[in-house]
Design a protein around this ligand. Structure first.
Ligand code: PHE
Length: 444
């Protein structure tokens, strides 16, 4: 596709909302609260904020910069700045497809639970049966895949940007309403204390590792999503304000998710983990006045947040097919939608419906394994490789020139950015990766 035909965001704000839409998702509202709960509450929140600032932000700026400079999908982009390193982009688009496949399964649950809450049939004890019901799992996966495909098929401005412009403010308002509702509950005090009071005794190496992993997942880093969205930016758009705004919005929503969840569940000792939102929250909703309406809004909120993320995951593969294989957008969407649905089926069946998929290794099922391989290992590896390519292959000077071209005020901070990309981020990421490989633990 020639430069003139290449789609661009209607405005910088369009990019910020779409990229924030990518970043804000189940990672913020579903994953962040339970990872916080499992890692000691307040102390985790502090370490997470440090990871976002010193690792997430510089990597975010790096990815957007590579995208804007090359105006290409991840494979083409790495090929341009560092011939011989196209595989970094390839790793990214494969990871994106892998994440899209199982993420759409979890996203499907949110529609399932929204439907159940509308029908008044929410049951905190029904989660296991729901997961084991293959018809519902496949049905909701198909529904979510279709929804994602529909938005992506409509294009960058008319589909992705327009959706983000409507959904992101709506999401914010819904969340604000739900937080206010939660803060009036008798459980609010204990919940806030757990969330906000740091307990230094709970600080371990794992706290740091989980924080970095969560920052990557939550900010959509390491697989080229931000690179792809950055590639639709125009030369005059200020990259620094873009990166800062996306990181700030994502972090704000994660913190707000804590203010939403912890006051409702009270102290941190409830049954947590991935079922926190689907079991514990529902149990609490059922005791609340106005609980049904709150539950409906809550699951609609989760579904919307998930949709803006699956759209970005799909767009990465779509931009690759359009740039490198000259496919039409619609054909690319049909191909990618079918692929990710097919790849999602084993994940959807791995939650109880098919026993051989449910326990593959160490009691982990197909979905857990995909989350570990793509959502943890591949993202962090992709982030590490991005730093290496940017510093040692492309050269930091080129990256700095690209940023300074539209953000001259960034000059005094360029050296700090370089140190973070050259030393701080790679060392932290390599530590995380080695830990994952040695212990074999998934970070979710
Ligand atoms: N950031 C998204 C979330 O928090 C997940 C995601 C990861 C999206 C990687 C795109 C790429 O839910």
């Amino acid at each position: 596709m020639s430069e003139t035909q290449r789609p661009h965001w209607g405005s910088k704000m369009g990019f910020i909302l779409a990229a924030a839409g990518s970043a804000i998702g189940l990672g913020n509202i579903w994953r962040f609260p339970y990872i916080t709960q499992q890692n000691g509450g307040g102390i985790f929140v502090i370490v997470y904020l440090l990871a976002v600032l010193f690792i997430g932000l510089p990597v975010m700026l790096g990815e957007i910069t590579i995208g804007r400079h090359t105006q290409r999908n991840p494979v083409g982009a790495y090929g341009r700045i560092a011939p011989g390193w196209r595989f970094v982009g390839a790793l990214g688009i494969i990871s994106g497809l892998g994440i899209l496949s199982y993420y759409s399964v979890v996203a499907g649950w949110t529609i399932g639970y929204a439907v159940k809450s509308i029908g008044g049939s929410l049951d905190p004890n029904g989660f296991g049966a729901f997961l084991g019901d293959w018809r519902q799992q496949i049905g909701y996966l198909a529904a979510f895949s279709l929804l994602t495909s529909f938005v992506v098929a409509s294009g960058v401005q008319a589909g992705i940007e327009r959706m983000a412009r409507v959904l992101m403010p709506l999401l914010f308002l819904l969340m604000l309403g739900l937080i206010i509702r939660g803060l009036t509950l008798p459980t609010a005090g204990a919940g806030l204390k757990f969330y906000l009071m740091p307990d230094v005794d709970k600080l371990t190496t794992k706290t740091f590792l989980f924080a970095v992993g969560q920052a990557f997942f939550s900010l959509s880093l390491g697989m080229g999503a931000m690179l792809t969205y950055g590639a639709y930016l125009k030369k005059e758009d200020n990259l620094v304000t873009c990166a800062v705004a996306v990181v700030a919005l994502d972090t704000l929503i994660a913190l707000m998710a804590g203010f939403l969840i912890f006051p409702v569940i009270g102290h941190g000792l409830h049954k947590g983990g991935p079922s926190l939102v689907f079991v514990t929250m529902i149990a609490q909703f059922s005791h609340m006045t106005g609980g049904t309406v709150t539950a409906i809004l809550f699951f609609v909120l989760l579904a919307l947040a998930a949709l803006t993320s699956t759209v970005s995951l799909m767009e990465v593969f779509i931009s690759y097919l359009i740039d490198e294989w000259h496919m039409r957008r619609l054909s690319a969407v049909v191909l990618t939608g079918t692929l990710s649905f097919a790849l999602g089926v084993p994940s959807a069946l791995s939650l109880g419906a098919v026993p051989s998929l449910t326990h593959i290794i160490h009691g982990k099922g197909f979905l857990d394994i995909f989350d570990f391989a793509f959502g943890n290992l591949a993202l962090t590896l992709g982030g590490l490789l991005m730093c290496i390519v940017l510093i040692y292959r492309w050269g930091f000077r080129h990256a700095a020139d690209e940023v300074l071209g539209s953000s001259p005020k960034f000059r005094p901070f360029a050296q700090t950015w370089k140190i973070l990309l050259q030393y701080v981020a790679p060392v932290a990421i390599a530590g995380l990766l080695i830990y994952c490989l040695v212990t074999g633990t998934g970070l979710s």
